[in-house]
Design a binder for this molecule. Structure first.
Ligand SMILES: C[S@@+](CC[C@H](N)C(=O)[O-])C[C@H]1O[C@@H](n2cnc3c(N)ncnc32)[C@H](O)[C@@H]1O
Length: 238
């Protein structure tokens, strides 16, 4: 057996990797208390501060303030319409769960007999897309209820924690959401943007809060590590 093979056998896989990193000048991780199989928070970091994906949600909504106007529909409650909207004429809500007292209490996938066509200027689905079981039907309905020239604004978590209640279905990459958008919204002007990097993704998985990272760290955008994807679909006028 050659000398290197004998050395590897003697060292075992763990120390072989350590030796390889040292010899090649590759950095050695210092895990500290990150070496754990349970996160710091199992509730997205809410009890510590602001969940990391919420930082990127704010980023996305800030960029789309101009679109949140007129007659606005929002999933669950109208918080985002209140915070980011301007010249809002009507603020309505939709949810499948009656506990949120929505304007429209129904499954979005089958809202065609409930919400009229071309009824809103803006429909906001904040951190919702991964929870829509019948995804294509829901997204088609979302476009139907928006007026020509109006927008559907949706965001969804990608890397991070699953909801854990068995109702978290779709964690797609930005490219995956682009494919879905082309399928359900043909002929629309759609932009898909990914937010996050390997550090913020690690923090999101571990349940750490936005406040535990710096703005400079959060603002590095690396499409290989999307924490959140934001989608804007504008309905054609003609
Ligand atoms: C994570 S919440 C998103 C909104 C929340 N304000 C936020 O910022 O996290 C997702 C909401 O979508 C609702 N939902 C899930 N599937 C739905 C469907 N098919 N039709 C209508 N609402 C649905 C859920 O009941 C839940 O209240």
């Amino acid at each position: 057996m050659p000398l290197t093979a004998r050395l590897k056998t003697w060292l075992g896989p763990r120390w072989t990797t350590r030796a390889r990193c040292v010899l090649r000048g590759l950095p050695i991780p210092w895990w500290g208390n990150l070496r754990r199989t349970h996160p710091f928070s199992s509730y997205f970091g809410f009890e510590r501060g602001t969940p990391v994906d919420r930082y990127y949600l704010a980023h996305f909504l800030d960029a789309h303030r101009a679109d949140i106007t007129g007659d606005v529909l929002e999933v669950q409650v109208g918080d985002i319409t209140r915070r980011y909207g301007h010249q809002v004429r009507r603020s309505d809500t939709i949810d499948i769960e009656p506990q949120f007292h929505p304007t429209w209490c129904c499954d979005l996938a089958t809202a065609d007999t409930i919400i009229p066509d071309d009824h809103y200027d803006c429909f906001i689905l904040p951190n919702t897309l991964s929870f829509l079981r019948d995804l294509d039907a829901c997204l088609r309905q979302a476009l139907r209820v928006v007026r020509p020239g109006g927008v559907v604004l949706g965001t969804t978590a990608v890397l991070g924690q699953m909801n854990g209640d068995g109702k978290d279905y779709w964690h797609l990459s930005a490219e995956g959401w682009q494919v879905v958008a082309e399928r359900v919204w043909p002929g629309c002007n759609v932009t898909v943007r990914a937010y996050g990097n390997c550090l913020s993704a690690t923090a999101a998985v571990m349940g750490l809060a936005t406040e535990e990272l710096t703005t400079a760290e959060l603002d590095v955008m690396d499409p290989k590590f999307p924490v959140l994807v934001g989608i804007c679909c504008r309905k054609p006028v003609a």
